[in-house]
Design a protein around this ligand. Structure first.
Ligand code: NDP
Length: 474
């Protein structure tokens, strides 16, 4: 039965997939009346069949009624598949909206698309917010981390609503603050996902190393729990959970899971957006590449059958290694988060967004997938020194990296010798070894090669200027 409400709704949710549905229910839990709409009726019916659906949720079956059911000035949140569907929804919604209305687009949109859409929407006097939403379906339902950006004039209109449904960080602050103009909110969300890609790959590699040393899934889960007493990282918490999960017959679920890791393309886009800013994000890139590698299982099996090499088996005492790998993992986490924040800092400068980095670390302290204790250190480091060039020089990072890098080096070496691929751990280590190097010999070689084949010139370390050698080529 379709419920009718006389009172106009405070917010409209367009798109009732896992995220839109959960956010709609979250708004209702916090006392906001929500109009809901989905392009096909199926998802609307699914929402209506949610047991105990709050009376504050009102489903609509056409866009006109949906918009008419909203209190003016209207606030509409769009949660649909990112890309072309967002443009299609805007095309349909805009003619129905009036100047002063606010659109919040909360999908995983490319920040450049958000900036473009903002201009189009603004032409009609409608305000536009591109908001990062993190925490998955559960986060959306119980308290996500929200990263709104775009028209700052719209912030006072939506602030109370968004902050009330957001998660709280360990200090009790709402995990939702204004991020910046244009596509800043979506950019920050994308690079949150970038860190997520990197550290998930790091975690996966550490699990594999311990497995190759003979540990069971439960023993690895115990190790994760032990490390997590200090690190308090959500991703370690859920890794322990998946390692302990059982299949119907009581055997470990993980042992039955195909070795193919999916991706929706966000990671690749994030790498490109960092490269556009002249930033190397090799840990994130390793995570993206490893997932791509996993998808071509047929080819991997053909090559395995051709070379007939044994499965990686690493020697060593698992107990001793557990302590070392905890340190290695902590250092790799620190390097991945540092890389992500350097990109944010660069974006802030190049795009003139004036990002508040301590606040971003604080927003990520709850509700989102990469929440972890390290974010407190990051926030403190940027409060102390807002123009900090890299977190690698912040005292807490120095201590963690000094302690963890020897273990990281040992772990990578053992894995490489044992034939076990560790692209993210290795990238973290290479990142550190490059960052600490005053003399990148490989770069000098490349500079000369470029000069030889392309007359690109090179710089010298003993006098200023650009030089070209006559290589005796025609
Ligand atoms: P999906 O990304 O799977 O998108 C499904 C929703 O989009 C459905 O409501 C679907 O309607 C609608 N849709 C698809 N094409 C169109 C179109 N052309 N016009 C109108 N509606 C359309 O759903 P999620 O809820 O998972 O995600 C929503 C957004 O949030 C995405 O951008 C996603 O990347 C982002 N996000 C997702 C997270 C997650 O953990 N799932 C976490 C954070 C952000 P129908 O099915 O009726 O076609």
């Amino acid at each position: 039965m379709i419920r009718k409400t006389k009172a106009a709704c405070q917010i409209g949710m367009y798109g009732l997939g896992p995220m839109g549905r959960s956010l709609a229910l979250n708004f209702a839990d916090h006392g906001y009346s929500v109009a809901t709409y989905n392009i096909t009726a199926d998802l609307t019916w699914q929402l209506m069949n949610v047991p105990g659906l709050p009376s504050l949720v009102t489903p609509f079956f056409n866009e006109k009624d949906f918009v008419a059911g909203l209190k003016q000035p209207r606030t509409v949140m769009i949660m649909v598949k990112s890309g072309a569907p967002v443009d299609e929804v805007l095309d349909r919604l805009l003619p129905l909206l009036d100047p002063g209305d606010v659109i919040i687009e909360g999908g995983n949109s490319d920040f450049r698309d958000t900036a473009r859409r903002l201009r189009v929407v603004n032409e009609k006097g409608v305000m536009y917010i591109g908001s990062g939403v993190s925490g998955g379906e559960e986060g959306a339902r119980r308290g996500p981390s929200l990263m709104p950006g775009g028209n700052v004039e719209a912030w006072p209109v939506v602030r109370e609503m968004l902050q009330s449904i957001a998660a709280r960080n360990p200090k009790g602050q709402a995990c939702c603050e204004w991020i910046g103009p244009e596509g800043a909110g979506h950019f920050v969300k994308t690079h949150h996902n970038g860190i997520e890609y990197g550290v998930m790959q790091v975690i996966g590699e550490v699990c594999w190393i311990l497995r190759a040393m003979g540990m069971t899934n439960d023993e690895i889960a115990d190790a994760m729990d032990g490390w997590n007493v200090r690190m308090k990282a959500f991703l370690l918490e859920i890794t322990s959970e998946v390692l302990r999960a059982r299949d119907d017959d009581g055997s470990p679920l993980l042992d039955h899971v195909l070795d193919v890791a999916g991706a929706k393309g966000t990671g690749a886009g994030t790498v490109v957006s960092a490269l556009d800013l002249g930033q190397s994000v090799n840990i994130l890139a390793a995570g993206v590449a490893a997932r791509l590698m996993s998808t071509n299982r047929k080819r991997r099996i053909e090559i395995h059958e051709l070379y007939q090499l044994p499965e990686p088996k690493l020697p060593g005492d698992p107990k001793e290694w557990t302590a070392k790998l905890g340190q290695a993992l902590e250092a790799a986490f620190a390097l991945a988060y540092a890389q992500g924040f350097t990109t944010l800092e660069e974006a802030s400068l190049q795009y003139n967004w004036k990002l508040n980095l301590p606040q971003i670390a604080s927003i990520w302290g709850g509700g989102c997938i990469i929440r972890a204790d390290i974010l407190n250190e990051i926030s403190a480091a940027f409060v102390k020194e807002p123009m900090l060039d890299t977190l690698l020089v912040a005292p807490a990072f120095v201590e963690c990296i000094r302690k963890g890098v020897p273990a990281l080096r040992e772990a990578v070496s053992a894995a490489v010798l044992g034939g076990l691929p560790v692209p993210a751990l290795n990238s973290a280590l290479s990142n550190f070894d490059s960052m600490r190097s005053p003399n990148l010999v490989s770069a000098s070689v490349i500079a000369l090669l470029r000069d030889l084949f392309g007359a690109h010139t090179f710089k010298r370390n003993d006098r200023p200027g650009a030089f070209h050698r006559n290589w005796g080529k025609v």
